[in-house]
Design a protein around this ligand. Structure first.
Ligand SMILES: [Zn+2]
Length: 915
């Protein structure tokens, strides 16, 4: 799956990919443009570890609040030890799964009938264990020709596993069928299940309007990975099971349904419901089963003779093609590149509300979180091709060839992450692809500051919490890129094709991948797989150069400075660049902690470039100085070299250097890749721009004319110290920009230079539906609002979601502190409390709860005892009059209620420190 969008320090505005929470939690939110663009958007900042002071990294998507269940005692936090986690021992194999499903929206129940066709794996057996979490079991019977519906005895004491006694021992060449009639009750799971089955993973989700969001659509959807499938149907819930399936879904006629495989028939029932019958004959793992139900607009596209459908909410019908429209081209590209055609019956993509991750690659029916739904104007800043490509690539790596156990999850996720790179390279070119890969490296290095793990992890505590991270995803993708570079394109894709064909509709573990590569290349690759996949850490390199002109020799001194004892083996190249522009590359192989390489040269070189394609997964310290990096920018064509030069120059902060200023302006105006134009602008100093009229004029021109909105925005952001009529005019002009992002920054710039104008524009724009613009206005009011602007927050906050909601709470909290009166503050309690109780994302619940905590702190700071005599005021909730003391009492009760209802133990531990 794709975890929520995550980003490294540097930037991009967008979301995540498949499940697991990518550290989403962790970094900035970024908008990840299709072309790999990266854009820092501070307003979308997500909670960081520093914010909360504990490691909450990867479980963002696993938290679902519930508003329909009350809780008594919450258990203490269960700290699970890190242990060896083997693949499930296969005693029985599920050959086929047939389900008949109905739903009780009111109770949030699934009423199901399952017929499982099973077979002993090898050993004769008269017992079978079936995972079924939190079910009410109505009957279990054996189906056979001679003994139709023979009831079977079973034990279900833990409400997790059905231990079923068969009527007799079965041999490995015998199949048998079990019929299970049950009611799945996902809300029970939140209360009852802890431990290695994730606390918040309930598998089946009912979405419906609530008091906070009365316009929320009715939807039902499922999430299987990692152990959620058995929350809604009985199965052997492990990735090393593969089963064909049939699912009949009965719903009210107004709903569309989506599941795996083909829609074979739709039958209207006498009671006004409709039964859709879906069937997939190709076997896949239970965690890839899916049901999605909702009122959708469906855009029908096509690839070869297969259906390609895009399910969006009706409001986004017009932009469905703009959001997903590259899918058929991706199907062609991946099928050809991998040498294996897309194997499944169809490919549908659906957007669901309150999803637990960025997206999930359910076989032939991928689900995405709602942030993918954008109109064409909103798509100007970049599309979501990366996440779309990631999920599609999983249909080979994950769905066709499945990791044998979650320890080998990286075989799914590393490839899916690398699929993003392959698509971006194919569609948007080398700069965009390099930028994407560079971001992946930074995401991993960022995470590596907190933890270092082997990519393939047999030892872990909880799969959901531990494995869906920047190691399994970004580091894994970079390792595959190194492997490709080491063996060459032909060998890489030959091996990948062989691996896919050998393990199609089966499972694989990392040794299968290694042995395929060894078979193709003839090389023993244990060193590579051990070093990069089975061992933690990465090399930290210090690189120094010298040139002996007299003897025509260049020297490269490489030191591995990482703290561990480990020494990495690193085959790479050094590129020698001569003054006439000619270049040559020489191979080196690093295998020691300190190593000196002497290279023959033809004449005195202009530059020496270590690892010129920037393939190695490492940190590098080089000693080049300002001029060295200026030369590097001008003389190298590679994105990474240009980016690295700009980064280094930014850090050197050599602002008096005229050559540097010239380079920055040159890059800001002329670099072919927008993210580097933006990077150069970001390095320019606002104060310098304010004091140099010519420079200011050039920046204004960029702000008005650059083709990319994120460059225009960066230019505007650099004008915030230039209080001239021309700059004010540029900001005003930008208020009509096609990009909301640009308008956001223009509003902020105006606020700095001419606040009354910014407030005017904010008020004029209040009726927008665009979340970026809503946040822009909220940002202004958080700095200059008065209590009369509270209505804006109360109106829009319930309609926002995920990152935008997080940002809006942030602004609201600042706004309330700014107003600094009990009445305004107290009027926000109901909305904040509702979010803190009901939002599906723990980090949003937490932020809302923190806003309430801050409210309480304010009350106390206002010296309650003094105000007690005078403050008898109205509040919004009907209570006629309440003293400040009574209001404080209300707030305390609200916090107590949050503590009682919160299901995420880490969040709860923070609440317990509130007062
Ligand atoms: Zn994924």
């Amino acid at each position: 799956m794709h975890i929520f969008p995550q980003t490294p320090n540097c930037s991009k505005f967008s979301p995540i990919h498949c499940l697991a929470a990518l550290s989403v939690a962790i970094y900035l939110i970024t908008l990840h443009t299709a072309c790999g663009g990266i854009k820092e958007t501070a307003r979308n900042k997500q909670p960081t570890i520093d914010d909360y002071n504990f490691a909450v990294h990867y479980d963002i998507d696993n938290n679902k609040a519930t508003d329909s269940v009350s809780y008594e005692e919450l258990p203490a936090i269960e700290v699970l030890p890190t242990i060896y986690q083997p693949a499930l021992t296969q005693t029985h194999d599920i050959k086929h799964t047939k389900l008949d499903l109905r739903f009780d929206w009111q109770k949030k129940h699934l009423i199901g009938k399952a017929i499982l066709t099973l077979q002993p794996h090898f050993y004769t057996s008269d017992k079978v264990n079936i995972d079924a979490k939190g079910f009410d079991i109505h009957s279990i019977a054996l189906l056979s020709k001679d003994k139709a519906n023979m009831p079977l005895k079973y034990n279900y004491n833990d409400s997790l596993v059905l231990e079923i006694n068969l009527d007799r021992p079965y041999k490995r060449d015998e199949t048998y069928q079990i019929a299970i009639s049950y009611t799945a009750q996902p809300e029970r799971l939140i209360k009852h299940h802890t431990g290695r089955f994730h606390y918040d993973n309930k598998g089946l989700y009912f979405i419906m309007p609530d008091s906070l969001n009365p316009n929320k659509p009715y939807q039902i959807w499922t999430q299987g990975e990692t152990y959620g499938a058995s929350c809604w149907f009985p199965t052997i819930d492990a990735p090393n099971q593969k089963t064909s399936e049939e699912i009949t879904i009965t719903v009210e006629n107004k709903y569309q349904t989506l599941s795996n495989g083909k829609l074979i028939s739709s039958t209207n029932n006498p009671d006004g419901t409709r039964s859709d019958y879906w069937k997939q004959e190709l076997p896949h793992s239970p965690y890839l089963f899916v049901v999605a139900i909702g009122e959708y607009a469906v855009y029908k596209d096509k690839w070869r003779d297969k259906e390609v459908n895009y399910y969006v909410e009706p409001k986004y019908a017009a932009s469905a093609k703009a959001i997903f429209g590259n899918t058929p081209d991706m199907l062609t590209f991946f099928s050809e590149r991998l040498g294996v055609d897309f194997p499944w019956d169809k490919y549908s993509q659906a957007v669901v509300r309150d999803f637990v991750a960025g997206a999930m690659e359910n076989t032939s029916a991928t689900l995405f979180y709602e942030q993918l739904q954008r109109d064409e104007r909103e798509l100007l800043e970049g599309n979501d091709d990366d996440i779309i490509a990631h999920e599609l690539f999983h249909h080979w790596f994950g769905d066709l060839v499945t990791c044998e156990s979650w320890a080998n999850l990286a075989l799914n996720e590393s490839f899916a992450t690398y699929g993003e790179y392959l698509w971006i390279d194919h569609k948007y070119g080398r700069d965009a692809a390099d930028a994407h890969l560079s971001q992946d490296l930074r995401a991993y290095l960022n995470e590596a500051e907190e933890k270092k793990e082997p990519i393939i992890r047999y030892y872990y505590s909880n799969a959901d919490d531990d494995l869906f991270d920047a190691h399994s995803y970004q580091k894994g993708g970079r390792v595959l890129h190194m492997l490709r570079n080491h063996v060459g394109d032909d060998a890489f894709f030959t091996a990948v094709t062989q691996y896919l064909k050998a393990h199609a509709f089966k499972t694989a573990e990392v040794n299968d991948l290694r042995m395929t590569f060894e078979s193709v290349t003839g090389e023993d690759l244990n060193w590579f797989f051990d070093q990069w996949m089975l061992t933690k850490g990465h090399p930290e390199l210090d690189i120094a150069y010298s040139v002996d002109t007299a003897n025509l020799r260049a020297t490269v001194i490489v030191q591995q400075t990482q703290a561990q004892d480990k020494v990495f083996i690193l085959p790479t190249q050094v590129e020698i660049v001569y003054p006439d522009g000619s270049k040559e590359r020489q191979n080196i192989r690093i295998s020691k902690r300190n190593q000196t390489f002497t290279l023959p040269i033809k004449k005195t070189p202009k530059l020496l470039n270590f690892d010129p394609e920037k393939i190695l997964l490492c940190t590098r310290t080089e000693h080049k100085g300002t001029q060295g990096y200026i030369d590097q920018y001008y003389h190298y064509n590679n994105y990474n070299d240009r980016w690295e030069a700009l980064q280094a120059l930014g850090k050197l902060n050599d602002t008096d250097n005229n050559d540097l200023q010239k380079l920055l302006l040159h890059a800001a105006t002329n670099d072919p890749y927008y993210a580097l134009r933006k990077e150069a602008i970001d390095i320019l100093d606002s104060q310098t721009i304010a004091s140099e009229k010519t420079l200011q004029t050039q920046i204004i021109a960029i702000a008005r004319t650059d083709a990319h909105p994120l460059v225009r925005e960066a230019a505007l952001a650099r004008l915030d110290k230039s209080n001239t009529p021309e700059v004010i005019a540029a900001f005003a002009h930008a208020m009509r920009d096609s990009s909301y992002q640009v308008i956001y920054t223009a509003l902020q710039g105006l606020f700095t230079l001419a606040p009354e104008k910014a407030v005017y524009y904010a008020q004029m724009s209040e009726n927008t539906d665009n979340p970026t613009l809503i946040n822009a206005i909220a940002h202004i009011y958080s700095q200059a609002g008065t209590s009369k602007n509270q209505a804006f927050f109360e109106q829009h906050l319930p309609k926002t979601y995920t990152y935008n909601r997080y940002a809006m709470i942030e602004f609201y909290s600042k706004f309330l502190q700014r107003c600094n009166d009990n009445e305004t503050t107290f009027n926000s309690l109901k909305t904040l409390q509702s979010i803190a109780q009901n939002d599906s994302n723990w980090w949003i619940r937490l932020r809302a709860a923190e806003a309430i905590r801050d409210m309480r702190t304010q009350y106390v700071a206002r010296q309650l005892s003094e105000s007690r005599a005078t403050a008898a005021i109205h509040n919004t909730t009907n209570t006629p009059k309440m003293s400040a003391e009574e209001q404080l009492d209300f707030i305390d009760k609200a916090i107590d209620t949050l503590k009682k209802r919160e299901t995420n133990q880490q969040v709860l531990s923070i609440y317990n420190s509130f007062n």
